[in-house]
Design a protein. Structure first.
Ligand code: 8YV
Length: 338
């Protein structure tokens, strides 16, 4: 037995990261295309020091209670940690880390791409042309969308990603509005001129596009409720690259079907029991754009996320504070407890 840290990695990671992990740690990677079941995680962790988890691993209180005593660190490969019961992990004396920051810009790029795609009917246009072969040729009134410049964007959650979205949206001439746990004082913290709303309902009724950038917590669960969706402006758009649970998806579908909302772009959606056929039908028309949870899916981001996981593990195993340790006073952790 070596003195190298022993780690279980629940999903395949970029080759360069797996190679580096293999030199630094005694590494056990699940090489199946699917995630591990809780029982597989538990048996895989036998004698291990560290669990390298991803969003597809449900690390609840029950699993935590059954973890082998050798496990002391849960190093999440990802920014969001809503798959982990943080309270239970801390109560069990575990350290939990994540990989923030390195995926901020790429995620913001994707949110912006979706924000552009909706009013300019990007997907509708390619579908008509290529799938339906229905293009009758150019006419002055064909495929008219709506201008982005001058419209109002409402950002829910002005953290790292929300701020990066705001600066991009600014370049497209949108006015920026935001609802967030904290008001950002102007200046370094809020370099983009953005209007703060302490009342989410009021903001939602005033903006043309809503983009969600808040972590999933007890507080934010269902934040885009049926009532709030119904109170949005006629012809407004919704963009979600965060978590599906933030939106009442059935209510969203209804507002789209009645054309109260003009469109939605969802990188995340309820798919536990298969994607809602009504949502798929809307996607067939191109008014709903569905992408496959890929907002942070660049090779660069995944490699940097892997590097962050490695740094977190090495610092922890050396007896120091890992740079991305989640603490009870971390805002996301505070909100998770409600
Ligand atoms: C990843 C994400 O797909 O980091 C997040 O919160 O949603 C995505 O970057 C996932 O986290 C990988 O674990």
């Amino acid at each position: 037995t070596s003195s190298k840290p022993k780690i279980l990695v629940t999903r395949r990671l970029p080759a360069s990261i797996e190679a580096r992990m293999a030199t630094l740690f005694e590494t056990d990677v699940n090489d199946a295309d699917q995630g591990l079941t809780p029982d597989d995680i538990l048996s895989g962790l036998d004698g291990k020091d560290v669990l390298v988890s991803t969003i597809t691993d449900r690390i609840d209180a029950e699993l935590i209670a059954r973890l082998p005593k050798s496990v002391r660190l849960i190093a999440q490969f990802g920014n969001g940690v809503d798959n982990i019961d943080l309270e239970a992990a801390w109560a069990a004396g575990l350290t939990v880390t994540n990989t923030p920051s390195v995926l901020t810009e790429d995620t913001a790029d994707m949110a912006t791409a979706l924000m552009l795609a909706l009013p300019r009917r990007l997907v509708e246009g390619t579908q008509m042309l290529l799938r339906d072969r229905a293009w009758a040729g150019w006419s002055p009134t064909s495929m008219l969308g709506h201008r982005l410049r001058g419209k109002a964007l409402g950002i829910v959650g002005m953290g790292r990603i929300g701020t990066a979205v705001a600066s991009r949206a600014r370049a497209f001439g949108l006015s920026i509005h935001y609802f967030s746990r904290n008001r950002r004082p102007p200046g370094v913290e809020n370099p983009i001129e953005a209007t703060y709303w302490d009342d989410l309902d009021a903001m939602l009724a005033a903006v043309d596009i809503v983009s969600l950038h808040t972590p999933l917590t007890r507080e934010s669960h269902g934040i885009l409720s049926a009532e709030r969706l119904a109170a949005m402006k006629l012809g407004a758009y919704v963009v979600n690259v965060s978590r599906p649970e933030l939106i009442d998806e059935k209510a969203l579908v209804e507002q789209l079907e009645t054309c109260h909302l003009a469109g939605a772009a969802l990188d995340v959606f309820d798919n536990q029991n298969g994607i809602d056929p009504r949502l798929l039908a809307l996607a067939e028309t191109g008014r709903v754009v569905l992408t496959a949870h890929m907002a942070s899916a660049t090779l660069e981001a995944r490699v940097e996320m892997g590097e962050a996981v490695i740094v977190n593990i090495r610092t922890f195993m050396d007896g120091h504070q890992p740079p991305h340790r989640l603490l009870p006073e971390t805002p996301v952790a505070r909100a998770a407890r409600g």
